[in-house]
Design a protein around this ligand. Structure first.
Ligand SMILES: Cc1cc2nc3c(=O)[nH]c(=O)nc-3n(C[C@H](O)[C@H](O)[C@H](O)COP(=O)(O)OP(=O)(O)OC[C@H]3O[C@@H](n4cnc5c(N)ncnc54)[C@H](O)[C@@H]3O)c2cc1C
Length: 415
């Protein structure tokens, strides 16, 4: 699939889901590791850009797949979808990982101006001029389509870290600012997983024969490092309790949309309580460097699509804001005449940072910002405190509690 040619609308996401769902069973499990190259990623769902912008939600994707397959047959696909919630919950409850990463990216980008070896090696990598055939091809694919197959992401990160010996944070910044599905949690923790920092001491070393096999012989990479210790770090990342809000406020509210969540119709707000809708794209917050044009285009489109649907659903006027800063939000909210602004709670990442900055500014102007969590996140995130297997063991119980199998009524409270 060439993600670039697919429109950033919920309708396009639903169409892709309908097309993929019949393959989400044993066919996906058997075929998912093969990377057939740009425009030919048809053995995997290609749903990540829509899931990332929440034009589709995880629970509706799982529900659709479970309407066509047994849990057993679709086990692999279901696990992959839960990896997303696992990483989101893990980063949310270990915020120092994100904060360290953000600081280190700035430090390393500055360091390039003093360290010519680093500058040269970095430029070769991001220009796709390393001489490692597959790596250089993936740089071109990433820039041309905004997407890489999961296996290619693992090989790419591994070659960046262990063969090119570049800092993992610069690689994570590079992919984060080009992936259309670029996600603070999946990207940062995906890189840390490859490096051996997530499952401490267990790293992923890309091997030439494995790459040749799963790319149908398209590549024969030379000079890959065969042995290297996993990365290590001195910093401990303490677990911080989650703060989740599930109950929508009462009374009239102004609804704020961001490129984190494009499905405000299902946030639990009454259609009559929303008096106005506004949205702002925050994709430039992903990196101190410019982000790729394809992701900017997708994020803008996703926001526009969400604004149109929200305006129709809530019968409320919609506005596009220049940014997510306190001033822009306060000025708009003042015009709506309400004092409560509601937005879908952003997980750790740039939007969360921007809204944290805006919140104090808003409260000085007697405006309250309520961030609403989704029931799916409230069920999954608390299980993401350790390794993935603890969450994986809970998947059948989560499917039951979230009523993801057709016809099952939802069970009890989730917190
Ligand atoms: C170094 C590295 C960086 C990554 N960065 C991102 C990123 O920025 N954004 C992102 O969405 N995924 C990221 N991933 C995870 C994964 O590669 C992509 O989600 C997947 O390739 C998207 O293609 P797909 O929709 O066809 O996936 P499918 O195989 O069809 O999976 C279905 C869905 O499950 C979720 N999913 C699958 N695998 C993972 C995973 N390992 N972690 C989290 N969610 C997963 C995605 O939402 C995906 O759309 C990264 C993986 C690695 C190794």
């Amino acid at each position: 699939m060439n993600t670039f040619t697919v429109p950033a609308t919920r309708a396009a996401g639903l169409a892709r889901l309908a097309q993929f769902a019949p393959q989400a069973g044993r066919h996906y499990a058997a075929e998912r590791n093969a990377d057939h190259g740009p425009g030919r990623h048809d053995r995997v769902s290609g749903l990540s850009p829509w899931l990332r912008h929440r034009l589709l939600t995880e629970d509706e994707v799982l529900r659709r797949v479970l309407a066509q397959h047994s849990q057993d047959a679709a086990a692999k696909f279901i696990e992959e979808v839960f990896w997303r919630g696992y990483f989101k919950g893990y980063l949310e409850s270990h915020p120092s990982i994100w904060n360290d990463y953000r600081r280190t990216v700035v430090t390393l980008l500055t360091q390039r101006s003093r360290d010519s070896d680093l500058a040269q090696a970095y430029a070769q990598a991001v220009d796709g001029a390393t001489g490692v055939d597959c790596f250089d091809a993936w740089v071109a694919e990433l820039k041309n389509t905004g997407y890489l197959h999961n296996h290619a992401r693992m090989w790419f990160a591994s070659i960046w870290i262990f063969t090119l010996q570049l800092p993992w944070q610069l690689g994570a910044d590079f992919t984060y600012r080009h992936f259309i599905d670029g996600d603070a949690a999946a990207n940062t923790l995906g890189w840390r997983w490859v490096a051996g920092l997530h499952t401490r001491g267990k790293h992923y070393l890309a091997q030439a024969d494995n790459i040749a096999r799963y790319t149908g012989g398209r590549f024969a990479p030379q000079g890959l490092v065969l042995r290297a210790p996993p990365l290590s770090e001195l910093t401990a990342h303490p677990l911080v309790p989650l703060a989740l809000t599930l109950k929508p406020p009462r009374g009239p509210v102004a609804l704020l949309l961001t490129d984190e969540d494009g499905l405000p119709e299902t946030l639990g707000l009454e259609p009559t309580q929303v008096v106005a809708v506004a949205g702002a794209a925050a994709f430039q917050g992903r990196s101190p460097l410019h982000v790729g044009p394809l992701l900017a285009q997708f994020s803008r489109g996703a926001l526009q699509d969400a604004l149109l649907r929200a305006s129709a659903h809530f019968s409320a006027p919609s506005t596009l804001l220049a940014g997510l800063d306190g001033d822009a939000i306060a000025e708009w909210a003042a015009r709506t005449g309400v004092q409560t602004i509601v937005t879908a709670a952003p997980a750790a990442g740039p939007v969360q940072e921007m809204l944290a900055d805006a919140r104090d500014w808003l409260s000085m102007r007697n405006l309250r910002l309520v961030t609403l969590n989704r029931r799916y996140d409230a069920a999954v995130w608390p299980l993401a405190t350790q390794g993935y297997s603890a969450l994986r063991n809970q998947i059948p119980a989560l499917i039951e509690r979230l009523a993801l199998e057709s016809g099952r009524p939802e069970q009890g409270t989730l917190l």
